[in-house]
Design a protein around this ligand. Structure first.
Ligand SMILES: O=C1O[C@H](COP(=O)(O)O)[C@@H](O)[C@H](O)[C@H]1O
Length: 243
């Protein structure tokens, strides 16, 4: 695991944008496409804005990128809580990505149908052996959740399905999410965390005893890939030392 500590959200977004740009260039030396899983929430907004800015927009071969989502709040696309809506507004509407390379979790279907459709989309894209994303971007809530794997929910332990939908009582909404085994097959996983409210949970996730029911982010451990954390000084403030 590699911990990248930056001064603030702007600096961590720059460091991660550079990391993504370099990884795309490296992977495309031997492959003709690059698969990127986007995360939702507030933390990646600055990253997406930066990637859409002139400095990065002109240096990334967008037509070779294929976009997926890690999870979705099951609200209409037009709803401001929709993770895909944010990614379109901040990034995808502003770069020359191919529309047929953008694989949104469709919240206009019922949750079960949407989950089946996304599983089929992954299967059609990667084949039956399963998804092997180049890079998965993840956030972490101050309760330790990542994707839509929330503390105390059965979905944390889902090992059969690649994608699943479920009703999250605490938020009175359905969620759809990739499962941990799919993410753990990725070549690289990069978490983002910023703010004092993430400090204690980050310490537990990274340095605490394993308890994935309490801290679902701990379940993310790429089998053969790399795990990176991009955090700001506030989020890192409870760690014993910067790693
Ligand atoms: O609900 C969600 O929250 C997490 C964390 O979001 P943040 O606002 O604390 O950055 C996010 O990673 C996930 O995609 C989203 O559905």
């Amino acid at each position: 695991m590699k911990m990248h500590v930056a001064a603030d959200t702007a600096a961590l977004s720059r460091e991660l944008a550079d990391f993504i740009q370099q990884d795309i260039a490296e992977v495309l030396k031997t492959k003709d496409r690059y698969t990127l899983v986007l995360s939702g929430g507030n933390t990646p907004k600055q990253l997406y804005q930066l990637l859409a800015s002139e400095a990065y927009r002109n240096n990334i071969p967008w037509e070779k990128l294929h976009f997926f989502w890690g999870d979705e709040r099951f609200v209409p696309f037009e709803d401001s809580r929709n993770n895909a809506k944010m990614a379109f507004e901040e990034l995808l509407d502003k770069v020359p990505a191919s529309r047929d390379h953008i694989h949104v979790m469709d919240t206009s279907l019922n949750p079960e149908a949407s989950s089946e459709q996304y599983t089929e989309a992954l299967s059609a894209y990667f084949g039956n052996e399963g998804a092997t994303f180049d890079l998965v971007l993840l956030g972490m809530g101050d309760d330790g959740h990542t994707l839509s794997l929330f503390p105390g929910t059965a979905v944390v332990h889902e090992n059969e399905k690649w994608v699943t939908a479920f009703y999250l009582d605490a938020q009175s909404m359905y969620r759809i999410t990739l499962t941990a085994p799919v993410v753990n097959r990725a070549s690289k996983v990069a978490f983002m965390a910023a703010g004092k409210n993430k400090a204690e949970v980050l310490k537990q996730v990274v340095n605490g005893d394993r308890n994935v029911d309490l801290y679902p982010s701990q379940i993310i451990k790429p089998e053969n890939g790399e795990l990176h954390w991009f955090v700001d000084g506030d989020a890192a403030s409870a760690l014993a030392s910067a790693q």
